[in-house]
Design a protein around this ligand. Structure first.
Ligand code: ZN
Length: 352
C-alpha cells in the first residue's frame, strides 16, 4: 500500500512540477546509490606471496588506512561520502554489461564496464617532490624525471599488446586520461635513517597546497616497504604519497620500473587493491576487475585463478613485479575521474 501512495505522489509531483524539476526527480530515483557493500577497514594480510617475501610487493596504504580509522572517528564518514559521490558519478552509465564478474563473490568470463563520459579532458596533476635523505642529492633530477615519465605513460597507455593470449581483458584496459607535471623538487638533507609509515616525514616536511597538488615524499621507509598513499577523505596535512628511494623512478630491479608510484597514486585516486584486501566476497568496487582472494606476487603465468576466475595480475593495483603490471581498467578510470568532477574530493585539482 505504501508503494501505491508513494507512486501516486511521484505522479502528482511530475504533473505539478515544472519540466526540469520532474526530470531531476526521475534521475534521482533512477540513480539511487547502493552503499550496502561499502567497507573501509580491511584485512591487509593474506598475500599469496607471503610464503616467499621476495615475491610480494609491500604496500602499506591499507595498514596506514586502518590505523587512521582507529585514530580518527570522523574518517569513516568522510570516506563514505567520497564513495557515495563516486557511485553517483558512475551511476547507470558506468554499470557493467555481461554477467557476474567483479562484484562481490561473483565470477565469470567477461564483464565490460562503459567509460562514464565527462568533460574533464586530460586531467593534469601538478606534482611536488620532497626528497628526504642524509644526502638528498643522491636522488638525481634524472631519476625524478624518469618517474614523471612513467606516471605520464601509465595513466594514458592501454598496453593491450602486452596482454598474454587467453585473457579477455583487452576491452577493459583503459587510457585513464591523466597527465602529471613537475611543479617543484625540494631536497632536504636529513640524517634520519628510516621514516616508517606513521606519516612522520610529512610532519617534518609538510605538503605544499595539497588541495591542488599531489605531494610525493621520497625517503627511506624501512622494513622492505615500497610505499604508501593516503586515500581521498583523509587529512590535508598528510595527503599524498610516500615512496622508498630505490623504488622511485627507473632504478632497475623487479620493483625498479617506477610502478610503485603508479600503484600508490592509484590509491591516492581512490582505487583499492584488486582483491579488495579480503577474500572472494570482498570487492574493490570495480566491476571489470575479476574477484580475487588475495594478492599475486612475482610475475604470474596466466591464468592465476582464484574465486573461479583468472585474476587480473597485470593490473597496477595487484602486487606483481613492476614489469608484470601494465593496466588500469575502464571501471578504475571511472572511479578515479569521479574525484575530479564537481562535488568530487579532488575537484580543486581539476583546474576547473
Ligand atoms: Zn597498495
Amino acid at each position: 500500500m505504501k508503494k501505491v501512495i508513494f507512486g501516486l505522489l511521484i505522479v502528482a509531483g511530475t504533473l505539478i512540477g515544472c519540466q526540469e524539476n520532474s526530470s531531476d526527480m526521475t534521475n534521482e530515483l533512477q540513480s539511487k546509490v547502493d552503499m550496502s557493500d561499502f567497507y573501509v577497514f580491511t584485512d591487509e594480510y593474506g598475500s599469496k606471496g607471503d610464503s616467499n617475501t621476495k615475491e610480494s610487493r609491500e604496500c602499506h596504504s591499507m595498514n596506514v588506512l586502518n590505523r587512521q580509522l582507529k585514530e580518527n572517528s570522523g574518517l569513516y564518514k568522510k570516506m563514505y561520502d567520497v564513495e557515495y559521490n563516486t557511485r553517483k558519478f558512475i551511476g547507470a552509465k558506468g554499470k557493467p554489461t555481461g554477467t557476474g564478474g567483479g562484484g562481490s563473490g561473483g565470477g565469470d568470463s567477461d564483464v565490460d564496464v562503459a567509460i562514464v563520459p565527462d568533460n574533464l579532458g586530460v586531467i593534469n596533476i601538478p606534482v611536488y617532490i620532497h626528497i628526504v635523505y642524509p644526502n638528498a642529492n643522491s636522488i638525481s633530477n634524472a631519476q625524478v624525471s624518469s618517474q614523471m615519465d612513467v606516471l605520464n605513460a601509465d595513466f594514458t597507455n592501454t598496453n593491450v599488446s602486452q596482454l598474454p593470449s587467453g585473457t579477455n581483458f583487452a576491452n577493459d584496459a583503459t587510457n585513464a586520461g591523466f597527465s602529471f607535471s613537475l611543479a617543484g623538487t625540494f631536497r632536504y638533507d636529513d640524517p634520519k635513517a628510516s621514516w616508517g609509515t606513521n606519516n612522520s616525514v610529512k610532519a617534518a616536511y609538510p605538503p605544499i597546497t595539497p588541495e591542488t597538488h599531489l605531494n610525493i615524499w621520497v625517503c627511506n621507509i624501512g622494513g622492505g616497504i615500497l610505499g604508501y598513499a593516503q586515500f581521498p577523505g583523509g587529512a590535508a596535512s598528510t595527503d599524498g604519497v610516500v615512496l622508498g628511494g630505490e623504488y622511485f623512478g627507473v632504478t632497475g630491479g623487479v620493483y625498479g620500473a617506477g610502478r610503485t608510484a603508479t600503484h600508490e597514486v592509484g590509491h591516492y585516486f581512490n582505487l583499492r587493491h584488486i582483491w579488495g584486501d579480503g577474500r572472494c566476497r570482498q570487492d574493490d568496487f570495480v566491476a571489470d576487475t575479476p574477484s580475487s582472494d588475495s594478492s599475486n606476487g612475482g610475475c604470474p603465468t596466466f591464468p592465476s585463478v582464484s574465486c573461479k576466475t583468472a585474476d587480473m595480475t597485470m593490473n597496477y593495483m595487484d602486487y606483481t613485479y613492476d614489469n608484470c603490471m601494465y593496466m588500469f581498467t575502464d571501471g578504475q578510470r571511472n572511479r578515479m575521474r569521479a574525484l575530479f568532477a564537481p562535488g568530487g574530493a579532488r575537484f580543486l585539482m581539476s583546474g576547473s
